[in-house]
Design a protein around this ligand. Structure first.
Ligand code: ARE
Ligand code: CA
Length: 481
């Protein structure tokens, strides 16, 4: 019998340490060009605007990320928890993460680095403060009163459950017309409210943003989102947050007509395969598992909610988290989103901030994890770019935790998550003969590889030994001259 492995014991071994090394941060190229083939999103959760800007220049652009998803930029209620960002006090682009001018400059800098900007847009609701207050930028507000923006008639008052809060996710009306955790729920069926929301999004479009992650989309009928989309001044990428819930009446598929939708089952199932089932089962991972169609999905190992709620792999899992991201970036399902976190011990804990709760600049060593810089994850972004459009071929599995597959003619990944090394065998990569950088263990740049080199013979085979809980990946974008 295949026995379950003890993950913490495994983490204590030095073997997988190489999976956790941050990638070398290369000097920015003279002119990185935006490319339609760059699909990978980096979610720089709670980063301030100056830090996002420099990351676009120094890491995201050079490593091939296509998009950066930033946290909500609008004025929010005061406080330390990260989630104050999800309680708008006004639509001024002024927050603990920076001023409007800093936001504008960040967008310009990211574009110059070839990285598009997706904004987390909180449009289903305003604050959840019963007594109101003063927002980050000085705007005063009441729970149902946002001067010059919304008054009480612009909010739902569903009259249920005592405090108007959502209790029953099996009731469509309640989910869309009652309050998500006491957050004042906007009447998104009203033309005035739709116009006001579109006004905010259009302001962001005027600052150059490329797309929106629509927060709490499940709590707005798909038709309301379509109507708001219809008021946008130009086209923008949309990804809607609709968390799949078994048996719930509101399904993620209802929203695909508006744009992409997050596939929440992906990260949960992937964690289960790594933790207690078999990587071999991943052979048909994706739509065949009941997920959204690949072309409508954003896939992720974890996001800012799931990393706090459990049931997924996070940076705290170390090597298996790196391997799960490597799989995601190599496997053609949806648009992959890489999480980048600040480290936390409590669920509400805010990002590293000053005494006034202004977010500090990111340092990737203190208080910030920067998973998107881990060598395995950062280097697999280029694998994703190099293999766009190539089908999965040459699947191999040993029935348990050792798998391998190619992206026809362009790249090859093998993951050995067994508790033992696999030695003395060859793999059919099906890529052109030559010498390739193993991007799991080395960085490729200027025609050379800082790690092991894999030699593929004229028949498409290579020989390699793979440690326990380790991997090897090669792709045509990291081929030595
Ligand atoms: C905070 C406090 C609350 C307080 C409230 C108002 O925690 O106690 O009542 O403030 O003062 C985030 C945090 C919340 C926080 C909120 C506002 O997670 O803790 O509340 O910001 O500051 C549902 C929604 C889904 C939502 C999740 C969290 O469907 O849209 O709940 N996710 C987004 C964001 C969150 C954010 C919000 C929405 C609000 O990603 O970060 O909240 O803007 C089943 C269902 C799911 C449901 C889930 C809830 O799985 O299928 O649909 O998700 O249960 O557990
Ligand atoms: Ca609603």
């Amino acid at each position: 019998m295949h026995r379950r492995r003890c993950r913490s014991a495994v983490l204590a071994l030095g073997m997988i340490a190489s999976l956790l090394v941050p990638t070398a941060v290369a000097a920015p190229p003279a002119a990185a060009a935006p490319s339609g083939t760059r699909k990978v999103i980096a979610q720089l959760f709670e980063w301030n605007w100056p830090s996002v800007a420099s990351e676009c220049t120094n890491v995201l652009g050079p490593k091939g990320y296509g998009y950066v998803q930033v946290s909500p930029p609008q004025e929010h209620v005061k406080g330390n928890p990260w989630w104050v960002a999800y309680q708008p006090a006004s639509y001024r682009v002024e927050s603990r993460k920076g001023t409007r001018a800093q936001f504008q400059s960040m967008v310009n800098t990211c574009h110059a680095a070839g990285v598009k900007v997706i904004v987390d847009a909180v449009i289903n609701h305003m604050s959840g403060q019963d007594n109101g207050g003063t927002g980050w930028a000085g705007s005063s507000y009441g729970h149902y009163d946002y001067p010059g923006i919304y008054q009480t008639q612009d909010f739902h008052h569903c009259g249920r459950n005592g405090g108007d809060d959502i209790v029953n996710y099996n009731d469509r009306y309640e989910v869309q017309n009652c309050e998500l955790v006491n957050l004042a729920d906007l009447k998104t069926e009203s033309d005035y409210v739709r116009s006001r929301i579109a006004g905010y999004l259009n302001d962001l479009l005027s600052l150059g943003v490329d797309g929106f992650r629509l927060d709490a989309s499940k709590h707005m009928p798909a038709g309301d989102i379509a109507a708001i989309k219809g008021k946008l001044s130009r086209s923008a990428y949309l990804v809607q947050e609709v968390i799949y819930g078994a048996g719930e009446p509101i399904q993620p598929t209802e929203y695909t007509g508006n744009g992409d939708v997050h596939e929440f089952r992906y990260g949960k199932d992937l964690a289960r395969m790594f933790n207690s089932e078999r990587l071999a089962y991943l052979k048909n991972f994706g739509a065949a598992w009941g997920y959204l169609p690949s072309g409508s999905a954003v896939a992720f190992v974890d996001n800012h909610d799931t990393q706090r709620d459990g049931g997924v792999l996070t940076y705290k899992n170390g090597g298996s988290y790196a391997l799960a991201n490597a799989f995601m970036l190599a496997w053609p399902y949806g648009s992959p989103a890489v999480m980048s976190s600040f480290t936390f011990s409590g669920k509400d804990q805010g990002p590293p901030s000053d005494a006034n709760n202004k977010t500090l600049n990111t340092t990737c060593y203190s208080g910030w994890e920067c998973e998107h810089r881990w060598r395995v994850i950062a280097n697999m972004v280029a694998f994703n770019n190099a293999t766009q459009g190539a089908a999965v071929a040459n699947w191999y599995d040993n029935g348990y935790q050792h798998i391998a597959f190619s992206r026809a003619g362009r790249g090859y990944l093998t993951i050995n998550d067994e508790g033992f090394a696999v030695t003395g065998r060859s793999y059919y990569a099906g890529v052109p003969a030559g010498r390739y950088c193993d991007v799991i263990h080395g960085d490729f740049g200027n025609g050379s590889c800082s790690g092991p080199v894999i030699t593929v013979d004229s028949s498409g085979w290579f020989a390699a030994n793979i440690n326990a809980h380790d991997a090897v990946a090669v792709h045509i974008g990291a081929k030595l001259p």
